[in-house]
Design a protein around this ligand. Structure first.
Ligand SMILES: [Ca+2]
Length: 226
């Protein structure tokens, strides 16, 4: 009788355990340390991307789309975001080609996106004569602009950002030249990554995201080429 009781209890326990829903881990529980995502958009689709809406309130959807092998977003309004789906990153190198619409289009990268209150933008803004780093921390934005001269023409330019989450530094390169390093304020140095633009936006091509560890620090130190 005692044994039957034991067996019954065991069976009940087993049933209870099996009945508990399995814990569903969020899609991106920890940063991807070794990950490479590249898209030249030549396949005509935006697979792998979440095509989002504006950071500015009220949130409005951008018209992200592919045209002739290039990613386009040309709505007026501020800070339209698109993100690589289902992955989060800490250290990373982001690269893209870009071409913005005059008279005031701008754009660049979104990184360390946790939610709409915590994220970082690296933003090339020719009409404002600079490259901005905007850190949003608990809904409060803080921007630093680094002077840089660029005109609106039909030429493609390249932007590269190396984000060192441990040493809290973002290195920015344009057309292969080192521009500046930015010491971050935010403590949220993990999140989703992608692109952003606004004010009529423009075009992106040959996007690449690599989290295969940053090259040695010396590579990113201001060995100013100019
Ligand atoms: Ca392309």
């Amino acid at each position: 009788m005692k044994d039957y009781l034991k067996i019954t209890i065991l069976i009940l326990l087993l049933i209870t355990i099996l009945a508990i829903p399995k814990t569903i881990l969020p899609a991106a529980a920890s940063p991807d340390l070794y990950f490479l995502f590249a898209d030249d958009f030549n396949d005509g689709n935006t697979d792998g991307w979440w095509l989002g809406y504006s950071h500015a309130l009220p949130h409005t959807y951008g018209n992200w789309r592919i045209e002739n092998g290039v990613l386009v977003q040309d709505m007026g309004g501020d800070d339209f975001i698109t993100l690589v789906e289902n992955h989060i990153f800490s250290d990373q190198v982001l690269e893209t080609k870009f071409k913005f619409n005059g008279p005031a289009g701008y754009g660049g990268f979104t990184l360390w996106f946790q939610d709409y209150n915590n994220l970082v933008f690296i933003n090339v803004y020719p009409a404002a004569g600079g490259v901005g780093v905007a850190e949003w921390i608990n809904g409060v934005g803080q921007s630093t602009s680094y002077p840089f001269s660029l005109t609106y023409d039909d030429a493609w330019h390249s932007l590269k950002v190396a984000a060192d989450s441990v040493n809290e530094i973002i290195y920015v390169y344009m057309d292969g030249d080192f521009l500046f390093s930015h010491y971050t304020t935010t403590s949220q140095r993990t999140g989703r990554s992608g692109l952003m633009n606004g004010n009529g936006g423009g075009y992106f091509d040959d996007f690449k995201l690599s989290s295969e560890g940053l090259p040695p620090m010396t590579v990113f130190l201001p060995i100013l080429q100019k």
